[in-house]
Design a protein around this ligand. Structure first.
Ligand code: TPP
Ligand code: MG
Length: 695
């Protein structure tokens, strides 16, 4: 490596040059975009520089190398920190098929076009869009909570795959967060869980600058954060000067030596550092400094005042000699180690390979049950429990748990050897998230980002508590799974606080999220079959608490129709229906009952079971028309949920039997009567549409 240009500089001076490059790139990019957040990158450049160039084991040549340290920028508004280091380290781009493209992830031109359409330096860090971003951040608190999932994953992977002399997985997770992240409840939930699990591979650095958008934190955030983390069981350190890179490096070293608990570093910083009029003010948080102030800030750094987007000679080289050389060496050593491992443990190595490509092992759907026809039937959650227990055995890296409702959700993995995931047993397959639905969602994301197949579970009503993380799952295109039981009014007596109404509509509205509400035990099996084959989409499985009849599939269509999102379950003899009854979940058997009555009365009806709008909407027009022929306008939809959105399938002349109010506390049968979920009501609606109503 040529260092001729650096000859007159000391190591510390070159470090400072790199730090100021990050600062000024950030300042210039925000100014050029006329929007963004300059203050925090100005303050945290020394931290991020130190983590990246002095500490992290990350090879810019291969940003998806499995044993890399992870870096999470939870205060995602400071994204220019990430774009700067990804650019200065010359991190390479990788495509969706995990191939290296031989082009930089973030170019200087991207930085010039910060926040503009299609550029690789968007407003906030976006996984999938920019290589080197480990998770999407921006909604405060999500990043740190996701980092807990990453830490759990590392422990799990080490437990299953490391062998004597073969530390295949031995990486750390670094997350940077601000006041906002630590005010959010999700961060507290996640920190509590991380402390409980003793995740000593996890380090959060808290940017303690006392500033948020509305001003000084004294207006809303006066707790003793450090003491809170002590109480969670974390190792708490303090660095009182964000410019002191030696102290920062020392604290990070203490982290790496600390066993049995995660580390929390309180870093006292000055937002907008170096800007004479904006330092330590909320103005530095979220607006460009302005040309004159930029000149003054650059002057304070000893930077050429009129230069823009300047990367001085020697800076790229210094990153190449630091993280570049360290990362390359670590990856080469690991690759050699993994080759030897492959020779000694070929099956484990094959698992790692498959997992990294998000493939499933051969025989992953072995022994999936087929349930015999049974009018009494089985609860959706019950069938789900059986399937989950099989899948978890067939797919070694499939794991998950519930937010304290495992016995109700039927998500406990009860087969021999499944085990609980705890600090002392990090290889267990049953996670206990505790009553922390929001953190659960983010932890599931963190596990999935680490290439495990992961699920979380709770009552459907409490999906609201996890929704922001589910949304990020969809945005990141992660194949996560959320198992939500007690899907409607099946737990009648618990009343309206426990009866979901708008939840289906709300989740169906999330782009890319596959929502499935199966109608019987065999549809549950088929739903899992679809879900497990998703590689880039999250899924929500919505299941009944109460038993649902298992349809006689010799009489009705096969449950494999679930793969199309909706299918003709029962039809008029010879097809050619005059009325179509569309339903999901527990209301499908209701529709079938009504259908039998209509047939007996000579009305040609059809029942469409529609477990998933999203999957159905992705079928060909031809298929969709075959299920819902456009000329059949008499259509009734039945679903124990908000009617919102059903017009798209029943049309303006159709009828929707659903919920327009909250539920009530009463036995299920009475609720079904009160809210009209009875066969007679469906029959009456169908006849009315056909103009054959009984008068
Ligand atoms: C969940 C959520 N709520 C609100 C916001 C809007 N927001 C972005 S940054 C910010 C202030 C954050 O303050 P802090 O974390 O201290 O960041 P600093 O200004 O110190 O960088 C807010 C309210 C958000 N991004 N996410
Ligand atoms: Mg702050």
């Amino acid at each position: 490596m040529s260092t001729t240009q650096l000859a007159p500089m000391t190591e510390a001076e070159v470090d400072q040059l790199c730090i100021n490059t990050i600062r000024t790139l950030s300042i210039d990019a925000v100014q050029q975009a006329k929007s963004g957040h300059p203050g925090t990158p100005m303050a945290l450049a020394p931290l991020v520089y130190t983590i990246w160039n002095h500490v992290m084991r990350f090879d810019p040549q291969d940003p998806i190398w499995p044993n890399r340290d992870r870096f999470v920028l939870s205060n995602g508004h400071a994204s220019m920190l990430l774009w700067s280091v990804l650019h200065l380290t010359k991190t390479q781009a990788v495509n969706a098929d995990y191939e290296r493209l031989g082009t930089p992830s973030v170019t200087l031109d991207d930085i010039r076009r910060f926040r503009q359409l299609d550029c690789k330096a968007p407003g906030h860090p976006e996984y999938h869009w920019v290589s080197g971003v480990e998770t999407t951040t921006g909604p405060l608190g999500q990043g740190v909570a996701t980092s807990v999932g990453m830490a759990v994953a590392q422990k799990w992977l080490a437990s299953r795959y490391n062998q004597p002399g073969f530390e295949i997985f031995e990486y750390n997770i670094y997350a940077v967060c601000g006041d906002g992240c630590l005010m959010e409840g999700i961060a507290s939930e996640a920190a509590s869980l991380a402390g409980h699990l003793g995740l000593d591979n996890l380090c959060w650095v808290y940017d303690n600058n006392h500033i948020t958008i509305e001003g000084n934190t004294r207006i809303a955030f006066t707790e003793d954060v450090a003491t809170r983390f002590l109480a969670y069981g974390w190792n708490v350190l303090r660095v009182s000067d964000a410019n002191d890179t030696d102290r920062i490096e020392h604290a990070l070293e203490v982290f790496r030596k600390t066993k049995g608990r995660p580390t929390f570093i309180v870093l006292d910083s000055h937002i907008g550092y170096g800007s004479p009029h904006k330092q330590d003010t909320a103005e530095a948080h979220g607006e460009p400094l302005g040309e004159e102030e930029i000149r003054l800030a650059k002057r304070s750094y000893g930077w050429p005042e009129n230069e823009k987007f300047l990367v001085p000679g020697g800076v790229y080289e210094h990153f190449a000699a630091g993280i570049g050389a360290r990362g390359a060496k670590a990856r080469q050593e690991w690759t050699k180690l993994f080759d030897a491992y492959r020779g000694m443990y070929p099956e484990l190595a094959a698992e790692i390979d498959q997992m990294q490509r998000r493939e499933l092992p051969l025989g992953w759907d072995r022994n999936l049950p087929v349930f015999p026809a049974d009018p009494k039937g089985m609860a959706g959650r019950e069938a789900s429990g059986k399937v989950l227990n099989l899948l978890a055995q067939n797919i070694p890296w499939f794991l998950g748990g519930s937010a304290d409702l495992g016995p109700s959700n039927k998500t406990l993995l009860t087969y021999k050897g499944a085990g609980d995931l705890q600090a002392a047993t990090p290889g267990g397959k049953n996670l206990h998230y505790g009553i922390r639905e929001h953190a659960m969602g983010a932890v599931v994301n963190g596990l999935s980002l680490s290439k495990l197949r992961a699920f979380g579970a709770t009552f459907f009503i409490f999906s609201d508590y996890a929704r922001p993380a589910i949304r990020l799952s969809a945005l990141m295109e992660l194949p996560t799974l959320f198992v939500f039981t007690h899907d409607a009014m099946g737990d009648g007596e618990d009343g309206p606080t426990h009866q979901p109404v708008e939840h289906l509509a709300s989740l169906r509205a999330i782009p890319g999220l596959v929502t499935l509400r199966p109608a019987d035990a065999n549809e549950v099996v088929e739903a899992y079959r679809c879900i497990m084959q998703l590689r880039h989409k999250p899924a929500v499985l919505v299941l009944s608490r109460q038993p649902l009849p298992t349809f006689d599939r010799s009489k009705y269509a096969a449950a494999s129709g679930v793969a199309h999102g909706a299918y003709v379950l029962a039809d008029a003899p010879g097809g050619n229906p005059e009325v179509i009854l569309i339903a999901s979940g527990s209301e499908v058997s209701l529709a079938v009952n009504a259908h039998e009555t209509l047939l007996a009365e000579g009305i040609r009806s059809r029942v469409v079971s529609m477990p998933s709008w999203d999957i159905f909407d992705h079928q060909s027009q031809e298929y969709r028309d075959s299920v819902l022929p456009p000329n059949v306008k008499a259509r009734v939809a039945v679903e124990q949920a908000s009617t919102f959105g059903w017009e798209r399938y029943v049309g303006s002349s159709g009828h929707v039997i659903g919920m327009r109010t909250f539920g009530a506390s009463a036995p299920l049968k009475e609720l079904q009567r009160k809210f009209g979920f009875e066969p007679d009501r469906v029959v009456a609606a169908a006849k009315e549409l056909l103009g054959r109503g009984d008068s």
